[in-house]
Design a protein around this ligand. Structure first.
Ligand SMILES: Nc1ncnc2c1ncn2[C@@H]1O[C@H](COP(=O)(O)OP(=O)(O)OP(=O)(O)O)[C@@H](O)[C@H]1O
Length: 258
């Protein structure tokens, strides 16, 4: 269901996205006219200062929240055209999620957690893909353990396997290394990046961490609810320098076309 925009396959995108929370004196424009596409087969990081709208953008692009105006699409499907039931089905079948807090079901085994979205969707398992995924995340000897018996890094690797299990159109990751030490975090980032590159998957990740963002193919920068920059082949140093420019109030770069 991937759509093609300007010759690029786009797994997910928002167009003229506006999100307003509250009203009157308490109104916050969390997204103020953002248009951005997330190319298929790529790893994109979303960065920006605290409060710039990163989580809002991710939640709206993933169909976890709705826009005030503008549109959010997964492949060619405009999410605003879907009722709640169809939106839930679309998320189950076409979107994977990795959250900072792992969000595994404590009473289920590792194997059951990994296949849960497919079980819920009544989807067929691609046994070969699942088998390879379990090896990739290094969990074969833990399949019958419960989450509480695993380290944080192992739990997040289960969440990564769960996110990719149904070969979704796109995996959204919200601060996936936020609760991990740097070594486990690095492993999770390599898993995300490696799966994108080797298996032609798509990942969109919100992060505060320039080292994490450097694992992406491209970083998009938000400030005050607007898209202000994009950077391909990021390094932690270049990302950090770009973020510092927000702090020091250097002239904002020209807003970029999408
Ligand atoms: N449910 C909500 N109700 C009211 N305001 C909200 C809500 N969620 C977010 N906001 C506001 O919208 C703006 C953007 O928030 P958002 O969480 O998207 O930013 P962020 O870049 O992800 O921030 P952080 O890096 O601190 O997590 C902020 O001003 C925030 O206070």
């Amino acid at each position: 269901m991937t759509s093609v925009v300007n010759g690029t396959r786009t797994a997910a995108r928002v167009v003229d996205a506006v999100k307003v929370y509250g009203s009157g004196d308490t109104e916050v424009r969390a997204l103020d006219g953002v248009s951005v596409g997330f190319p298929a087969g790529r790893f994109t990081a979303i960065m920006g200062p605290s409060g710039s709208g990163k989580s809002t953008l991710m939640h709206c692009a993933a169909g976890l929240d709705t826009l005030t105006s503008g549109s959010a699409l997964i492949g060619d499907t405009d999410l605003s055209a879907l009722d709640d039931r169809r939106l839930t089905l679309l998320r189950r079948e076409h979107v994977g999620f990795v959250f900072q807090a792992f969000n595994l079901i404590p009473t289920l085994t590792v194997a059951e957690n990994i296949t849960l979205p497919m079980d819920l969707a009544g989807a067929r398992f691609d046994a070969e893909w699942l088998d390879a995924l379990i090896d990739t995340v290094g969990l074969r000897d833990r399949l019958h353990h419960r989450p509480a018996e695993l380290s944080g890094g192992q739990q997040q690797r289960v969440a990564v396997a769960r996110a990719f299990a149904g070969r979704p159109e796109v995996v959204f990751a919200d601060e996936p290394t936020g609760n991990l030490d740097s070594r486990s975090g690095e492993e999770v980032l390599r898993l995300l990046g490696g799966t994108v590159r080797r298996a032609d998957r798509t990942v969109v990740m919100v992060t505060h961490d320039p080292v994490a963002a450097a694992h992406a193919d491209e970083v998009v920068f938000l400030a005050d609810g607007r898209l202000v920059d994009r950077m391909t082949q990021p390094t932690a140093e270049r990302v950090l320098d770009r973020l510092k420019a927000f702090d020091t109030g250097k002239p904002a770069p020209q807003e970029v076309a999408t």
